[in-house]
Design a protein around this ligand. Sequence first.
Ligand SMILES: Cc1cc2nc3c(=O)[nH]c(=O)nc-3n(C[C@H](O)[C@H](O)[C@H](O)COP(=O)(O)OP(=O)(O)OC[C@H]3O[C@@H](n4cnc5c(N)ncnc54)[C@H](O)[C@@H]3O)c2cc1C
Length: 355
Amino acid sequence: MNKNNNDILNVDYIIVGCGLAGIHFCEKLKENNKSFVVFDDKSQTSSLVAGGLYNPVVLKRFTSVWKSTEQIQLALPIYNKIEKECGVILDHKTPVYRRFTSVEEQNNWFVAADKPELSTYLSSEIIKNENPAIEAPFGFGKVLETGRIDTQLLIESYKKSLLSNQQLVEESFNYDSLQISDTLQYKYIRAKHIVFAEGFGIIQNLFFNHLPLKEAKGELLVIHAPDLKIDYVLKSSVFLIPLGKDLYTVGATYNWKDKTNAITQQAREELLNKLKTFLKCDFEVVDQVAGIRPTVSDRRPLVGKHTSHKNMFVLNGLGTRGVMIAPYIAKQLYEFIELSLPLEEEINIERFIKY
Ligand SMILES: Cc1cc2nc3c(=O)[nH]c(=O)nc-3n(C[C@H](O)[C@H](O)[C@H](O)COP(=O)(O)OP(=O)(O)OC[C@H]3O[C@@H](n4cnc5c(N)ncnc54)[C@H](O)[C@@H]3O)c2cc1C
């Protein structure tokens, strides 16, 4: 970073948003020795509250997640690098057990496990349930290469590191104050480029709020269940994710109308009702959190350049799988801006301009 005599700070990039999207774009900038400043106002909580799972398989239909192999291969080394830089453990490798509800589901699992694109991820044996705290008469199918990123710790430690390098401004970015010409100027900061990564906060962004982002509010509970004793993620009508110390995340809900980050009694009851269909031990709810997933109707992210302002970009629409997808699209956006490589059509916001 470079402050000149008039107290102007010159940087390569301004980034708005320090969730998963913003953090992974910062990582690309750091890798390439670009200077940057990040704005974050804590108005959105999606990355902070996320279950943090990475899992290459859609567990409802037993199909592959879009580009899952490429995404996981790219993402895990980056999380491991951040772990080393920040001195924390973020990646908790844990298998996912899919609870079967019928013989038909078991058969569908075997068919899926035979497919070349899924055979590395789906174990072909059925695991018998021996845990009295869980009801699972049809057993489980085991998904491999899965785990949980501790996104709360990621964001807290990443922000701390940015703050110590004077790269984080903890305030709302005010879109009206951005002066646009060949360079961009925002208050005392002059930048070559700006990348907006505000999650659902994009609805306030007068440059990109025309994009078709749909909010999908999600809520999670944290329970204390000392008799459960599982070290795998259990997927049934809800996910049960072990956090250690007999704590488990239970989630998540989907609400397409509520645009707030407030927790609700309705979501709590929905999660508890689903949980009690298969969890048979005592437990206590110790926390409840909520956030808004930035989703898109075609289930692909929103990445690209503003139609009129050539130095203004968006990185959004991470949907329900931000942990895996953020590194993948951050890399594409960086290479689009700095190396003039084309963006994949499926993620490029131009797909909405064309039609
Ligand atoms: C309940 C729930 C469970 C989930 N579970 C998983 C999971 O298990 N696995 C998974 O991969 N994904 C999961 N997700 C999805 C994942 O959380 C999202 O895909 C991801 O967090 C989106 O990241 P983001 O950086 O785009 O947005 P956000 O996390 O919303 O980050 C945007 C940031 O921008 C800031 N901001 C916005 N506007 C401004 C402004 N004007 N000025 C300054 N700062 C601003 C916000 O404060 C925020 O910090 C879950 C989401 C929810 C809600």
